[in-house]
Design a protein around this ligand. Structure first.
Ligand SMILES: [Zn+2]
Length: 206
């Protein structure tokens, strides 16, 4: 699907949310977020955009479309991606977007971590997350307070460690996650926009 069509699809969904809000007597709360990954050939744990140019464009367009509709979003950012787009992210922060940490250990630094976050012991998780915070802070100049683990991978120790490391909110728990790419016919290859569409879709269903 071409970028223009994706934009149209997002706008169509945003209009539907808007319509639902007007029809409902109750408040409807919607959160938009995007996982900002390293590029695909630097992301053995999972997919990323084909190039840094495409990734940067996806972030810009996503924020533009939401801003035009009066919305903001949270960007969950892999440390290497924070470094790559630091200027863009800091501009978005000034406009009211939130910047948080996203980490796929398998995509981190020199790829020496091979497992999902929740597969590691508490000490190992503390170590990996401390390194990730350090790189992220070097890139963006402040400490992240929001967190999302790659593939929502955690274990029973993760939340305590996150709290100790200064995080105060997480978008990591997603009970009964049963995401299937086939739920988005025609959009299976659009990694960067899946979260937005998923979330809007969920709200529309209820
Ligand atoms: Zn991810």
């Amino acid at each position: 699907m071409k970028p223009k069509l994706i934009n149209e699809e997002l706008r169509r969904r945003l209009r539907m949310v808007d319509l639902r809000m007007k029809e409902s007597s109750r408040n409807l709360y919607v959160i938009f977020s995007m996982d900002c990954e390293r590029i695909a050939n630097e992301s053995p744990e999972g997919e990323g955009p084909r190039s840094w140019e495409i990734g940067g464009e996806a972030i810009s367009r996503f924020s533009e479309i939401l801003s035009n509709e009066g919305f903001r979003a949270v960007f969950f950012i892999q440390p290497e991606t924070a470094e790559r787009y630091a200027g863009l992210f800091l501009k978005l922060k000034d406009k009211g977007f939130e910047l948080g940490l996203h980490i796929h250990p398998g995509n981190f630094r020199d790829h020496s971590f091979k497992k999902y976050l929740g597969s590691y012991s508490p000490d190992e998780q503390h170590h990996i997350l401390s390194l990730a915070i350090s790189d992220w802070r070097k890139a963006l100049g402040f400490e992240p307070k929001s967190f999302r683990a790659g593939f929502f991978s955690t274990n029973d120790y993760t939340y305590k460690i996150l709290y100790e490391l200064g995080f105060r909110q997480s978008s990591t728990s997603k009970p009964n996650r049963t995401f299937r790419r086939s739920m988005l016919p025609g959009l299976e290859h659009i990694r960067m926009d899946i979260t937005l569409i998923q979330i809007i879709g969920l709200y529309l269903e209820h």
